[in-house]
Ligand binder design. Structure first.
Ligand code: NI
Length: 175
């Protein structure tokens, strides 16, 4: 099946996803379907809640082929980095957001093996962004009150303009 990417306003994006106890055939199939959905949307990451599935898993590809992380957790972070961040679930908007520059992420791969990754800059940002999705957090939650109000106004304009889903090709479509 092909997945439709959910956009802001869909309640599934606001729920906390559940840990995966067993990496079974359904999970493998889900990943097989999520990866093409990510590529089709020209994203570099996609979290399960973005396709309506409340599981703690995301896929990503920053140019080294598709990867999957199951039950990911950030156990350490360091530094600060400002980066213009977009989201496939908030198409048309992007915001400069400051987050830690480096993170240490642990989790499992699709074979159930433990993984431990020290990530910097773009990959660290992607991990933090995807982790947010698993906790029901969206980009706008990182803005201050005024920025958020302006962003919501802009979002409503985008949503109400006929046929419009403005191309966000200039923005880095972080999942
Ligand atoms: Ni996103």
């Amino acid at each position: 099946m092909s997945y439709q990417i959910r956009v802001m306003g869909d309640p599934v994006l606001r729920q906390e996803a559940k840990s995966i106890d067993n990496i079974d055939g359904r999970i493998i199939q889900m990943v097989d379907d999520m990866v093409p959905a990510m590529y089709q949307a020209e994203g570099i990451g996609l979290a399960a809640p973005q396709v309506g599935i409340q599981k703690r898993l995301f896929v990503y590809d920053i140019g080294e082929g598709p990867q999957t992380l199951v039950n990911p957790e950030i156990v350490d972070s360091d530094g600060e980095w400002a980066f213009e961040e977009g989201c496939l679930s908030v198409p048309g908007l992007s915001f400069e957001i400051i987050r830690p520059k480096e993170v240490h992420l642990i989790g499992r791969d699709l074979n159930g093996n433990e993984v431990s990754i020290e990530a910097d800059e773009l990959l660290a940002r992607l991990f933090q962004h995807e982790l947010d999705h698993l906790d029901g957090v969206l980009l706008l939650d990182h803005l201050d009150r005024d920025e958020r109000k302006a962003a919501l106004r802009r979002w409503r304009e985008i949503q109400s303009s006929p046929g419009a889903r403005p191309a966000s090709s200039d923005d880095l479509a972080l999942p």
